[in-house]
Design a protein around this ligand. Structure first.
Ligand code: ZN
Length: 367
């Protein structure tokens, strides 16, 4: 019997002289499912420490490298190094059509490869650069490495403009919408359903809440030229005790996705107002993450938009750009992967996109 070989070849070092597509393949072949990023963080730290123009810091499995050239502006290039669980799609495979297949090719080791390439090939950028590589983006928010760095060392993330190289299909996605989840509870009084007039039905009491949701007209505000689209929706409803009991409690769970021109406080106030006269007995905020303004009016962002061309698109889902926004740093998503294929068994990236993204950033930072 031959020795059983590990399914996945484990490398221990990263070669930053590889081109973007080859470096992406090397990163995909270096598994780093959320919670197991340490070997990859070690390799990234080691590779960056060989570059004399960068100062390298580390917090847990998060690596931050910075130039200190005293430039007028500082740009942050950030990306998460973890992936979702592998689905028989490692090691990577490059096909004859120039498509690289494998876990993390799109989300977002191609973006991380571009970060590393820029770190290695632009020793004298026209703007100071900060490279952030962080762990645990694909799991619960409290584990997110970017959040940990923002709390422990906010100065490491300081900058005039940040780019997250998340898959955006080569388009610039500005800002992101906020998300608020609340539980609206209505109360009644239990009774035997044979004598329902002795009680008060809490499920029926939810009718005004549902009517208000069904007729709600969401705003579509335009901010920095981007049109956002809000939404207020029931995402769950619970109530009922037994099939012969008038229910004494009903809870409607509501999710409000809101444009970044509202602060979290304003968003909550708005939702309270929407349901103010609907007989709600209890209003509980379950979860709340503020949005992020696109910040495309900032000179560094405007210069970036001009360099990469095309038009920016709003981001409807919540992303880590909001963490930068909370630190006062306008941020966008711009990466070579296609988000449609993220987290899929057939995840892949067109390698020309990686080269293209790297070239655009290189030209902008060396012009
Ligand atoms: Zn991602």
């Amino acid at each position: 019997m031959p020795d059983s070989k590990p399914e996945v070849p484990l490398s221990t070092a990263l070669d930053l002289t590889l081109d973007g597509p080859a470096l992406t393949a090397a990163l995909v072949d270096f598994p780093s499912v959320s919670g197991t990023e340490k070997p990859l963080a070690d390799a990234i730290e080691q590779a960056l420490r060989t570059l004399p123009h960068l100062t390298v810091d580390r917090h847990g499995n998060n690596v931050v490298a910075r130039t200190r050239l005293g430039r007028a502006e500082r740009v942050v290039l950030a990306g998460h190094i973890d992936t979702v669980p592998i689905a028989d799609n490692v090691p990577s495979r490059l096909d004859e059509d120039g498509v690289l297949w494998g876990c993390g090719t799109s989300d977002m080791k191609s973006g991380v490869a571009v970060q590393l390439r820029i770190a290695a090939t632009v020793p004298e950028p026209n703007r100071d650069l900060t490279f952030v590589f962080y762990d645990n983006e694909e799991v619960a928010a409290h584990l997110n490495g970017l959040g940990h760095v923002a709390t422990a060392h906010p100065d490491w993330l300081a900058g005039d403009f940040a780019i997250l190289l998340e898959p955006s299909d080569g388009q610039v996605e500005g800002g992101c919408q906020g998300t608020l989840r609340v539980s609206l509870t209505l109360r009644g009084e239990r009774a035997h359903s044979a004598r329902s007039w002795m009680g008060s039905n809490a499920v029926h009491a939810a009718a005004p809440v549902l009517a208000r949701l069904a007729s709600y007209e969401p705003r579509r505000p335009v901010i920095d030229g981007l049109e956002y689209h809000e939404g207020l929706n029931a995402v769950g409803i619970t109530g009922g005790v037994a099939t012969n009991v008038i229910p004494d409690e009903c809870t409607v769970v509501v999710n409000f996705r809101y444009a970044p021109d509202r602060t979290p406080e304003e968003a909550e106030k708005h939702v309270r107002e929407v349901f103010a006269d609907c007989g709600v007995d209890e209003f509980v905020v379950d979860d709340h993450s503020g949005g992020a303004l696109p910040g495309l009016a900032h000179p560094a962002a405007a210069a970036f938009m001009e360099a990469v061309g095309g038009t920016a698109h709003p981001k409807f889902g919540w992303t880590d750009v909001a963490r930068f926004s909370a630190l006062g740093v306008p941020a966008v998503n711009y990466g070579p992967g296609n988000p449609i294929f993220a987290h899929k068994r057939d995840e892949h990236v067109v390698v020309d996109r990686i080269t293209h993204c790297e070239r655009r950033l290189y030209d902008w930072l060396t012009a």
